[in-house]
Design a binder for this molecule. Sequence first.
Ligand code: HBI
Ligand code: FE
Length: 298
Amino acid sequence: MSDAAEPTRKHGLADRSYRPDSPDWTVDQGWQHYSAEDHAVWKTLFERQSRLLPGRACAAFVQGMREMPMRHDQIPRFDELSEALMKRTGWQVVAVPGLVPDEVFFDHLAHRRFPAGRFIRRPDELDYLEEPDVFHDVFGHVPMLMHPVMAEFIQAYGQGGLRAQRLGVLEQLARVYWYTVEFGLVREQGAVRIYGAGIASSSTESVFAVEDASPNRIGFELERVMATRYRIDDFQETYFVLDNLEQLLELAQIDFAPIYQRVAARPTHEPGDVLASDTVITRGTGRYHAEKRQKGNA
Ligand code: HBI
Ligand code: FE
């Protein structure tokens, strides 16, 4: 599973585009190579989110955080995370250099292996980075992998991904992942709470997604989500809200094939669209993205 010829520190952990020899793209985490600066970045991000998430993250996320062997002041060791996960939901965390090819990613998820980037962002990237680093993957995703329903759903996504590729509908399926696992909200005691990793690992989006008047918040409906484009470069214009996390179990168990057919026959919606058929929880002002468009850097 590990890449024998561990590259030196210079080209090692920080090299996000490093292509491992192993066909499953796994590498050693190389925990001993993290620098004091790397651990300091983790500490800054961890402490910031620990202040922001209470009252914004869902109970399952907070519970998962509590049960994980994660320190605030240093990057976790993946083998320790895997030990806790394996006992609870049969998942493990495997180290990869950065983004891996879709089919490699799906195959890992289908076998309950979560591929986590082993690199951590630089101090000048604190607020935004393109690729999932160890903070996004471990702080953002791992706590929810302690929840049996999410554990089931992400495995089903992996199995579905391999099939969706063959059917040529990967884009539709990726939207379901994006609007749930990455940017999902769930109702809790009459409020909306975060369960998506992309939100939970972002200090700015944790606040924007839950409190800002700008984005739409719409009740999750599978075909609607499958037909809706998403933003990869900025906050979402719309967040989809589950009534409860158990809804993901239904998603994990239904056959998507007939749904792909129906979605193919309907128009594709823009990220900010609101439809008459939507269950609108909050209709956003759209101001955040409108201002960005005016400034020309939408
Ligand atoms: N690779 N390491 C990693 N992490 C991801 O989240 C990831 C990936 N490769 C492909 C991918 N995500 C998405 O393109 C698929 O979910 C469609
Ligand atoms: Fe992610």
